[in-house]
Design a protein around this ligand. Structure first.
Ligand code: ADP
Ligand code: TRP
Length: 335
């Protein structure tokens, strides 16, 4: 029986944070442990250069995110774990897909639209500071996914539109050149929403508003203490649906623990108490992985070796796929 292909990537533009963990890393590792899957996980470094021009940050982030995946239980012998830029066929496919992706489709991408809105809000030219890389970001993502014919793509809710665009582009290609690509589906952990960051916006490496996935216990406590709350006193009933603490709690907790906290909110738990409980919950889930993570950061050569092995598995597949794709669009030897 054909094994469903699971694929996801994380942009190497900063330190991994709690949102990356609950939205992508954890569901992806869980999915990879189902026997029947064939998983591809990668470091999206060509996406990272769209988001930051800080080359040191990108190199450090690559080490941190790869170490986080491994520390959290990804088994590189069971999955294909690689760096996007080690597989040049992906960027080649991205160009091919650019020639069929409709500009109108990309005009509707949330990230591009919000960059335009921000420009208009400050009376700038609507395209100020917007690169073609940002505009074409979803096309490169489609290439990541379609290169390996992935059907299951575990991502946070913020990425759903991109997966729909990949589907759209795949359908268009199939229509023009014959069935080539499977249509991918976003897999979203129903339990977790998009986690909110310390400033009230989506938690994101791009906003410097994150709670890092791995830091010392003391730092974790400090970050949790920074989470915004309101002025309600202990003893006053609180609305769990209007609280970042409850949101993060639910992403890490079992159903029973979530119900426990919901009741505690109703009963007027104090913010200090809620933050302490949240610290213990998160710390408990990460404590073991944290140690491994910090050890791995000191062994970049081990991580490099793992990524090299990963690209040795991924590249031949990409090469044979791109050969067929080139042929189907008419790029082939003359005889
Ligand atoms: P960032 O916005 O921090 O740069 P990425 O774009 O690298 O994060 O996202 C990698 C994965 O982590 C994606 O699947 C994305 O949906 C998920 N993710 C990122 N931020 C969050 C969040 N705040 N809540 C849930 N999932 C998230
Ligand atoms: N763009 C994704 C993000 O910012 C990361 C990513 C790149 C990705 N390529 C992908 C996720 C392919 C899933 C599939 O979150």
């Amino acid at each position: 029986m054909k094994r469903p292909i699971v694929l996801t990537g994380i942009t190497t533009s900063g330190s991994p944070h709690l949102g990356n963990y609950v939205g992508a890393i954890k569901p992806a590792i869980d999915a990879s442990k189902k026997e029947n899957n064939n998983s591809f996980f990668f470091l999206a470094d060509y996406h990272a250069i769209v988001k930051t021009k800080d080359s040191k940050r990108i190199a450090q982030s690559t080490l941190e995110i790869a170490s986080a995946w491994i520390a959290l239980g990804l088994d590189p012998t069971q999955v294909t774990f690689y760096r996007q830029s080690d597989i040049p066929e992906i960027t080649e496919l991205s160009w091919i897909l650019n020639t069929i992706a409709a500009k109108g489709l990309l005009n509707r991408a949330h990230a591009y639209k919000s960059a335009v809105q921000q420009n208009l809000a400050i009376k700038e030219d609507e395209d100020a500071g917007i690169s073609m890389g940002l505009f074409g970001y979803p096309v490169l993502m489609a290439a990541d996914i379609l290169m390996f014919n992935a059907e299951v793509v575990p991502v946070g809710k913020d990425q759903v539109q991109h997966i729909e665009m990949a589907r759209d582009i795949a359908q268009r290609f199939n229509h023009l050149y014959g069935k080539t690509f499977e249509l991918p589906n976003a897999h979203i952990d129903q339990k977790t929403s998009v986690l909110t960051g310390l400033d009230g916006r989506k938690m994101s490496k791009s906003y410097d508003n994150t709670i890092p996935l791995f830091c010392t216990e003391n730092q974790l406590k400090k970050y949790i203490n920074k989470i915004k709350t309101n002025i309600l006193e202990p003893g006053e009933s609180k609305d769990p649906n209007d609280s970042i603490i409850f949101e993060i709690w639910s992403a890490f907790a079992t159903e029973e623990e979530t119900e426990f906290m919901r009741l505690a909110f109703k009963d007027g738990i104090g913010w200090g108490d809620a933050k302490r409980k949240l610290f213990h919950l998160i710390n408990g889930s990460l404590i073991e992985a944290r140690e491994t993570y910090f050890q791995l950061l000191n062994k970049p050569e081990d991580i490099e070796e793992i990524l090299n092995e990963g690209s040795k598995k991924a590249r031949p597949l990409a090469q044979s796929r791109i050969k067929k794709i080139r042929e189907s669009i008419g790029l082939k030897p003359l005889f």
